[in-house]
Design a protein around this ligand. Structure first.
Ligand code: GLA
Length: 330
């Protein structure tokens, strides 16, 4: 029996920076997705604890984006990328909330890749799963989610340089609790909006060069107001990632929290991926005793807010997430 597990992730700071080779600071969480099964020649047949319709997929896979039921597209994307001809008969179980920005799809991809025997270490698996997501959904996502799921470090957030593809673990202070609160807005990672932001970042780079190397005020040289604002977000966000990593290492929860609040404002005003509901939730959390800071987490357009808190803080409906290890195959 094959058993592969991959965690979801929450991103503490560094949003919409990965696809320009910038910095991100996610942590893998204790919630995850498990694929169990026995080897099956020529097919993948999987039941899900979440969806009625099972997946029955013939190998090798053609176009993953047209596979039904649609949850199976992530599995199909991975199978297409590995070129698998030997599949699996089994089941998928998950406790990662869906559509929340906690990367349930990356967890499914990485668990599937391990179950199908994908070659290489965590980085190679993450890159394969990133390509699988592109093929499955058409969303030109960066590497953050898949790399956090594949390479998570127990007790640590991960300072990832998405250009060098290096991971620098950042120990999470013991007196800091991480809450995730759902906005109630189901997040469909709207591929058009995501791709539009990516394209705007590329336009910015065509004028001022790589955003990851840009000086703090380099965005002022961009004429287009919208493109300049996108660049200002990314440049500032890379600095906030460094600042939060430094603050966490120094045990300075107040400074880390302030950077999260600044990051949210930047996503709201400059990158324009927030919603009024997310803004109200961040304001409410910021005014809550014991909360150091909060921001939307993930791509935006709905989903969850992440908050850094004193342990024992009372937040209705929060999931308390712990920095956890990455994917495993047993
Ligand atoms: C999604 C993508 C990631 C990243 C975030 C925004 O989660 O999958 O690659 O771009 O959005 O930070």
């Amino acid at each position: 029996m094959i058993r592969a597990f991959a965690p979801g992730r929450v991103n503490l700071i560094g949003e919409h920076t990965d696809y320009t080779g910038g910095l991100v600071l996610p942590m893998a969480i204790q919630l995850g997705t498990t694929v169990v099964g026995d080897v099956l020649d020529g097919r993948i047949t999987l039941r899900s604890d979440r969806f009625d319709a099972p997946l029955d997929l013939e190998l090798p896979v053609g176009d993953p984006s047209t596979v039904e039921p649609s949850w199976g597209r992530y599995v199909a994307g991975v199978a297409a990328e590995t070129g698998a001809t030997i599949g699996l008969d089994g089941a998928v179980t998950s406790d990662v909330p869906m559509g929340s920005g906690l990367s349930s799809s990356a967890a499914l991809e990485v668990a599937t890749a391990l179950a199908l025997g994908a070659a290489g270490g965590p980085l190679e698996v993450a890159e394969l799963c990133q390509r699988a997501e592109h093929r499955a959904t058409g969303v030109p996502c960066g590497i953050m989610d898949q790399l956090a799921a594949a390479a998570g470090v127990e007790g640590h957030a991960m300072l990832i340089d998405c250009h060098a593809l290096t991971i620098d673990p950042v120990h999470m202070p013991d007196d800091l609790a991480v809450a995730v609160v759902h906005s109630g807005q189901h997040r469909e990672l709207r591929s058009s909006a995501y791709a539009a932001r990516r394209a705007e970042c590329e336009r910015a780079e065509a004028t001022i060069g790589p955003l990851r190397l840009a000086a703090p005020d380099a965005w002022t040289a961009i004429e287009d107001r919208v493109v300049a604002a996108r660049a200002r977000h990314v440049i500032g966000e890379n600095q906030r990632v460094r600042d939060v990593a430094t603050a966490l290492r120094a045990g300075d929860a107040e400074a880390a929290g302030q950077s999260l609040l600044d990051g949210h404002r930047s996503l709201r005003d400059d990158f324009e991926v927030s919603t009024p509901v997310l803004d109200a939730l961040v304001d409410q959390l910021a005014a809550t005793r014991g909360v150091w800071g909060a921001r939307l987490t993930g791509a935006g357009f709905g989903g969850c807010v992440v908050a850094l808190c004193e342990p024992g803080t009372d937040i209705a409906g929060a999931w308390w997430v712990r920095p956890s290890a990455g994917a495993t195959l047993t």
